[in-house]
Design a protein. Structure first.
Length: 270
């Protein structure tokens, strides 16, 4: 019989036989597979039989459901497929489906992909004062291990040439604010370096009165995305663990806490 294994850090915390029509997954108590985590929506996803196979379908969740680091809307499952929901992994087991290729389904969009990232804002030119401030921001972020150049929202200025970066799976990082005040609720991290702070030059602008002008930075490297604090006086937590050693690589579903905000890092297709 097919079954689902709910895992956290390779530890199985729930096992569900697929003996009913629909297995609901989410944070609400009425979910068959309940995941008590702020990155998980109340009704996040569901698994159900369709023909001779099982389907995983995202229930228009806030932070998405991922298979192979790609956000999906609806996908046919095969044995040992693993879906990422928040920081938990949902593994599908079905001995009868071993070796059967998975197919993706969806209406009016590319297979398995929920949505395309939004387009960047138009570029504007800076006056001398703003240019100096932005260069200072880049220097502050780079001092904690960030990239050498910055291209923030509405800014076309770079202190040094930056080589092209290739991210595996052709994906782009995203950040969704779940708690705290910022100028937007979600961000697509297409820049080499994204600064988090109260400064007008920050790509993720904090709106709290006493927020630091530069709190942290997220930079894009060849092997993925990293977050770093701007200095010893700012604490950055990822999944409730303080980032030490200058930087930490981010994974889909990571919960970030810094300067009074909480945000979930994920990926979307480029």
């Amino acid at each position: 019989m097919a079954k689902l294994l709910l895992k956290f850090e390779d530890r199985v915390i729930q096992e569900v036989d697929l003996s009913v029509d629909t297995i609901t997954i989410g944070r609400e108590p009425d979910s068959v597979v309940r995941i008590d985590n702020p990155a998980v929506s109340g009704h996040h996803a569901k698994v159900y039989p369709e023909g001779d196979h099982y389907v995983l379908e995202d229930a228009e969740s806030f932070n998405g459901t991922y298979v192979d680091n790609v956000r999906i809307s609806k996908v046919v499952l095969k044995d040992k497929d693993a879906a990422l929901i928040g920081k938990h992994t949902l593994e599908f087991r079905d001995q009868a489906r071993q070796g059967v290729p998975r197919g993706s389904v969806g209406a009016g969009q590319a297979p398995g992909v929920k949505a395309k990232p939004p387009q960047l804002d138009r570029t504007v030119f800076l006056d001398t004062a703003k240019a100096k401030e932005m260069i200072a921001l880049a220097a502050a972020a780079a001092s904690s291990g960030g990239a050498a150049a910055v291209q923030q929202k509405g800014i076309a200025q770079s202190p040094a040439p930056v080589p092209a970066v290739h991210v595996a799976h052709q994906t782009v990082g995203t950040l969704t604010i779940v708690e705290g005040r910022t100028d937007q609720k979600s961000y697509v991290l297409t820049s080499q370096l994204t600064v988090i702070g109260k400064s007008k030059m920050a790509g993720i602008r904090l709106k709290r009165w006493f927020a630091p002008r530069v709190a942290a930075s997220i930079y894009r490297a060849e092997d993925g995305y990293y977050i770093a604090a701007s200095g010893d006086n700012v604490k950055v937590r990822v999944n409730d663990t303080v980032v030490e050693g200058g930087k930490k690589q981010l994974e889909a579903g990571d919960l970030i806490e810094v300067a009074g905000i909480q945000a979930v890092f994920s990926f979307c297709e480029a």
